[in-house]
Design a protein around this ligand. Structure first.
Ligand code: CA
Length: 365
């Protein structure tokens, strides 16, 4: 129909008024299906309000509560308040809580493939990891992997490259790791075991006391911002870098599948977008606050920065890929995720080398 005919059909002078949409205040809510309100419990592996990670929980919950106009109201429970830190996965999987906030590499007891969705020792940086998850097939694998556990996963942050850990002993060769009890979770712990150390995993709440009392000899936690907040500089002298064990660990938000399915589409979209916004927020916060905290640790805390010797890193890297290949040989699920991760990492290296890596070197000129 031509425009003139269309206007004519509506009766000339009144046509424009007739084309003006009549205000329909309820049309949006009608489309979403309901104004039903949901009250959810968020369980986490972090102490409530813990800098960067616990506050990262608060950030995503604030986004969800605000964007939903209170229709989806989430109450946060810190580690141990509703369930212990290492039971977050099961609690959400079984529906004891609707939503959780944690790193996936705490769930290696479910499958070794869980490691890859957080990070891999000597693996990808935060930037590369996000690229793999969002545009390299990583999210499809993550959803597929969590489906049998009744969970819907989302990335919800990333700490960026971490520090290598706190030691009271100088580490010059791989032999210096022999017999040391080192707090290091995940696949990196197995790498340390093969290097002769004794890996220990424990929730962050126990690290300071264990290190200070000598129950463990060394510990990695996160990076300057978090480590300083936990006072680790008072329990150890040497602060080693780089964090080979966690080059860009993603944090996850997990949602119980039935709880997810009970939501109207707009509330599902709000969770998805709030999580993505939280990735930007957490990544930016860690980048900024680590820089401030590092300066303070050196200037005021008397911390001695130490770089891991290259020979040690080469050996740890060799052991890392030895472990990964063995896991992949024995577990088709690991093989599938590792194939995707490795392929993307190798592809990314080509671009990274001539982009960020090359540019970062110019900053030293
Ligand atoms: Ca760590």
């Amino acid at each position: 129909m031509k425009r003139r005919e269309f206007l004519g059909g509506l009766g000339g002078g009144t046509a424009l008024a007739a084309c003006t949409p009549t205000p329909q205040p309820n049309v949006y809510l009608a489309d979403t299906g309901s104004q039903e309100q949901f009250s959810w419990r968020m369980v986490t592996t972090w102490p409530k309000n813990f800098p960067g990670l616990g506050t990262g929980v608060n950030t995503v919950v604030k986004y969800i509560n605000e964007l939903s106009g209170g229709r989806l109201n989430i109450t946060v429970y810190g580690s141990g308040e509703l369930v212990p830190a290492f039971e977050v996965f099961d609690a959400v999987s079984l529906g004891a809580a609707e939503i959780g906030h944690s790193p996936s590499y705490y769930w290696l007891g479910k499958s070794q493939a869980a490691q890859f969705f957080t990070t891999l020792p000597f693996g990808m940086t935060a930037h590369e990891h996000n690229a793999w998850l969002y545009y390299g097939g990583g999210m499809d694998l993550w959803r597929e992997f969590y489906e049998p556990f009744n969970l819907v996963p989302f990335p919800v942050g990333n700490t960026g490259v971490q520090m290598g850990g706190w030691f009271n002993k100088s580490i010059n060769t791989i032999d210096d790791l022999q017999g040391l009890k080192i707090r290091m979770p995940g696949l990196a712990g197995e790498v340390l075991r093969r290097a002769g150390a004794i890996p220990v995993n424990m929730p962050n709440s126990e690290i300071f006391t264990a290190l200070q009392t000598g129950a463990i000899d060394a510990a990695e936690w996160v990076s300057p911002y978090n480590d300083q907040a936990m006072g680790l500089q008072q329990a150890a002298q040497y602060y080693y870098y780089p964090g080979w064990q966690e080059p860009g660990p993603a944090i996850e938000c997990i949602v119980n599948k039935e709880a997810w399915d009970s939501l109207p589409a707009d509330l599902q979209a709000i969770i998805r977008v709030a999580c993505q916004a939280a990735v930007v927020d957490m990544t930016s916060e860690f980048m900024a606050r680590n820089a401030y905290a590092l300066q303070e640790l050196i200037d005021d805390g008397g911390v001695e920065l130490r770089e891991y010797p290259q020979s040690l890193l080469i050996e740890l890297k060799r052991l890392t890929f030895e472990v990964v290949e063995e896991l992949a040989e024995n577990d088709p699920q690991v093989a599938k995720v590792w194939d995707s991760y490795r392929e993307f990492m190798e592809l990314s290296r080509g671009w990274q080398a001539i982009s960020e890596q090359s540019y970062l070197e110019t900053q030293e000129l």
